[in-house]
Design a binder for this molecule. Structure first.
Ligand code: 2AL
Length: 250
């Protein structure tokens, strides 16, 4: 099966490291197809960044609809453009925050999220509420590590995430850690060894859930709001993104 892996930011090194993390857990017959938007922010660290990232995800999923991926993974912890992507394809579409919350809730009664910039905590908090994980998510903790710093995997960065996660587990009384950025994916196993509790990377979790749903033949419901976007003309820089590939107009 072919999984479209969308990195919603435009950092090519991050797209590559997310693809490596996805391929490490993918089944032998799974092909990971990594893409990133043709425009938008190099990293997503706030609401403004996220607005453009969501459009970038919609762009990439729309382009990929032509080759009909078996599943789609949106690999940014804010799950930007997730609902839009679900309108564009029939394949299951998984966001890494939603996938990570589900995975962590199978492993512990309470989990703590450790993320990048403190200002992004509200984005994760709103997703926790939206997905209904208020009872399982015991805390969301910023480290103020910029997203692009994760490209280097410096030992000091890993140490800082470990310290923040250890403090979060203690303060929240939780049993598992959710990594709050796709850029943290390569650090998952090392952090799990050091912390001695389950550490969930949403990229890996989303890939495995995506494989499972696709293998079960389950598709996104086209009844109601996830139906294909209504065909219409888009204007300005988004002119090429209007109309739906599944509307029969192409
Ligand atoms: C993210 C992420 O996963 N990728 C990105 O650019 N920003 N989220 C985050 N909270 O740092």
């Amino acid at each position: 099966m072919k999984i479209l892996l969308v990195n919603p930011n435009t950092s090519a090194p991050m797209t590559a490291s997310i693809a490596t993390a996805a391929r490490e857990v993918a089944a032998a017959g799974t092909e990971i197809v990594p893409v990133q938007p043709s425009f938008g922010p190099l990293s997503i660290e706030g609401h403004y960044d996220e607005a453009f990232a969501a459009a970038g995800v919609a762009e990439q999923v729309r382009l990929a609809a032509a080759w009909r991926p078996d599943a789609v993974v949106v690999a940014c912890f804010g799950d930007p453009g997730l609902d839009a992507a679900r309108e564009v394809v029939e394949a299951p579409v998984l966001g890494i925050a939603e996938a990570a919350f589900h995975a962590a809730s199978f492993l512990a009664t309470g989990f703590s999220v450790v993320t990048t910039m403190t200002r992004t905590c509200v984005i994760a908090e709103r997703l926790v509420q939206r997905y209904g994980f208020e009872r399982q998510c015991r805390g969301i903790h910023g480290t103020d590590i910029p997203v692009l710093e994760l490209e280097h995997c410096a030992p000091a960065t890993v140490d800082a995430i470990e310290r923040a996660a250890a403090a979060a587990l203690e303060r929240d009384g939780s049993g598992a850690v959710v990594l709050g950025c796709a850029g943290m994916a390569p650090l998952c196993r090392a952090l799990e060894t050091r912390l001695g509790v389950p550490v969930v990377d949403g990229v890996a979790a989303a890939v495995k859930f995506a494989e499972g749903l696709a293998a079960l033949g389950l598709r996104t419901s086209k009844r109601g709001d996830y139906a294909a976007p209504l065909p219409k003309r888009y204007t300005g820089w988004a002119a090429a993104l209007g109309d739906s590939p599944s509307s029969g107009s192409e």
